[in-house]
Ligand binder design. Structure first.
Ligand SMILES: Nc1nc2c(ncn2[C@@H]2O[C@H](COP(=O)(O)OP(=O)(O)O)[C@@H](O)[C@H]2O)c(=O)[nH]1
Ligand SMILES: [Mg+2]
Length: 178
């Protein structure tokens, strides 16, 4: 039993926990499956969560896609424990709700279970004309004021996968190697 337990512990600890958060319709589920298949998938609003294992050159991530509707946001915290990376997905065309995203981001940064997590902001839907740039989103979310967490903003398009390999590289460089 002891051997099994220690093996099991080793097995669990070598997978880095990642959560994908963001408002509903931001593109979270599309990004999760784009990480896996490199093909755009049809999604329906996520009820509860999807979880997939993603392997980037021997680094294993367990990636949780959490529903973003208002009623579900209150339970995001139940996924925080042991999270190493938070991916915050932003719909770059959704100017009206960026302040809501900003509030959710700063609430997360203050949560004690996320004190050691790195934050990756994905400025998604860059294919749509008139979408905000990564720099504009960075400014609206006041990312420059974040000194307690390492963070990065990446422009992407979940439909084509553009920007996602660079995101995975950043994630790989921000977890403790095992
Ligand atoms: N044009 C465009 N549409 C996208 C992109 N990413 C996601 N979508 C669409 O946005 C909608 C919501 O995506 P979904 O992944 O379900 O968002 P979620 O609610 O955050 O999980 C779907 O119709 C997607 O096809 C993108 O980069 N560009
Ligand atoms: Mg979803």
């Amino acid at each position: 039993v002891q051997v099994f337990k220690s093996r099991f512990r080793g097995f669990v600890s070598c997978k880095h926990k990642v959560i994908i958060v963001g408002l509903d319709n931001a593109g979270k589920t599309t990004i999760l499956y784009q990480f896996l298949t490199k093909e755009a998938v049809h999604t329906s609003p996520t009820i509860g969560s999807n979880v997939e294992e993603i392997v980037v050159r021997n680094t294993h991530f367990m990636v949780w896609d959490i529903g973003g509707q208002e009623s579900l946001r209150a339970s995001w915290y139940s996924y925080y424990c042991n999270t190493e990376i938070v991916i915050l997905v932003v719909d770059s065309t959704d100017r009206e709700r960026l302040t809501v995203t900003k509030e959710e981001l700063h609430r997360m940064l203050a949560h004690e279970e996320l004190q050691n997590a790195a934050i990756l902001v994905l400025a998604n839907k860059q294919d749509i004309k008139g979408s905000m740039t990564a720099a504009e989103i960075s400014q609206c979310l006041t990312l420059d004021s974040i000194t307690t967490h390492s963070w990065h903003v990446q422009a992407c398009c979940a439909l084509t996968g553009e920007g996602l390999p660079a995101s995975l590289d950043w994630m790989k460089s921000h977890v403790v190697p095992n």
